[in-house]
Design a protein around this ligand. Structure first.
Ligand code: NDP
Length: 245
């Protein structure tokens, strides 16, 4: 129970990697709030399950594309939990294809959900995080190397998070707040399915010839917010099965 008495907010915690992070933090003793966009029923189920295991748990509907919703959700989470020690910026979307076919709506969604919301949630969380607080951003191995066509703007957004991570690590060092980024490779969620032509192509690029599980990504997040990594900041941890090797 390395996170007992810690209070964490995970954005996009109803499904996929975010859900695995919520579960992993709670199983280490943290009380957890998380946001979702559409999966109300699913989010409520997660909340109920966590509460029945003895944790404080709260879910909040908040579209990461909406600045006021993001700001309000951090405030609500801090109030419900009685403070905030850990922020995990996980919510994200993928939109791909040739640049000449990318709509303005998709471009705006990629930037507002994957980048702007992270800045805003962090900005709001800084009013609550104590000295020694932790921030982990969920990036993508595509921030480092884009191994196939059609993902340029998504990769750009995740690279932006990497720059933000480094800059904030520098800014928040005096408060002993660590800021790191986890770069998953293809991971089995609703975003990345086991089957299909695109998945087969991605798997070919992975050295281990398999996709990661959400639990493997969550394990890295727990490591970065745990007591053993208080000197780790401004860095990236890539879990891509060797895709970028
Ligand atoms: P999923 O699509 O499986 O789940 C996304 C989660 O984020 C859900 O909880 C969803 O809520 C929430 N979410 C999506 N859009 C919004 C929004 N506009 N506002 C608030 N919440 C939102 O994604 P993954 O778990 O696969 O991805 C999680 C993170 O990992 C993302 O940042 C993604 O870019 C990154 N990543 C994923 C990889 C993969 O292969 N899966 C690889 C590399 C990086 P709701 O249930 O309500 O829709």
């Amino acid at each position: 129970m390395q996170l007992e008495n810690k209070r964490a907010l995970v954005t996009g915690g109803s499904r996929g990697i975010g859900h695995a992070i919520v579960q992993a933090l709670a199983s280490e003793g943290a009380d957890v709030a998380f946001t979702y966009e559409r999966s109300k029923e699913r989010a409520k189920e997660v909340e109920t399950t966590l509460r029945s295991s003895g944790r404080k748990a709260f879910c909040f509907q908040a579209d990461s594309a909406s600045a006021p919703a993001v700001q309000a959700s951090v405030q609500q989470a801090a109030e419900a939990l009685g403070g905030l020690d850990i922020l995990i910026n996980n919510a994200g979307i993928y939109r791909g294809g040739p640049l000449e076919e990318l709509s303005l709506e998709d471009l705006d969604a990629l930037l507002s959900v994957n980048v702007r919301s992270v800045v805003l949630a962090t900005q709001q969380a800084l009013h609550h995080l104590p000295n020694g607080g932790r921030i982990v951003n969920i990036g993508s191995c595509l921030a480092d190397r884009v191994a196939w066509p059609g993902s340029a703007v998504y990769a750009m957004a995740k690279s932006a998070l990497h720059g933000l991570t480094r800059g904030l690590a520098r800014d928040l060092g005096q408060r002993c707040i660590t800021v790191n980024i986890v770069h998953p490779g293809p991971t089995l969620t609703d975003m990345t399915k086991e089957e299909g032509e695109f998945s087969a192509m991605m798997r070919e690029h992975v050295a281990l010839k398999r996709f990661s599980t959400p639990e493997e990504i969550a394990g890295a997040v727990v490591y970065l917010v745990g007591p053993g990594t208080s000197n780790v900041t401004g860095t990236a941890l890539t879990l891509d099965g060797g895709l970028n090797a």
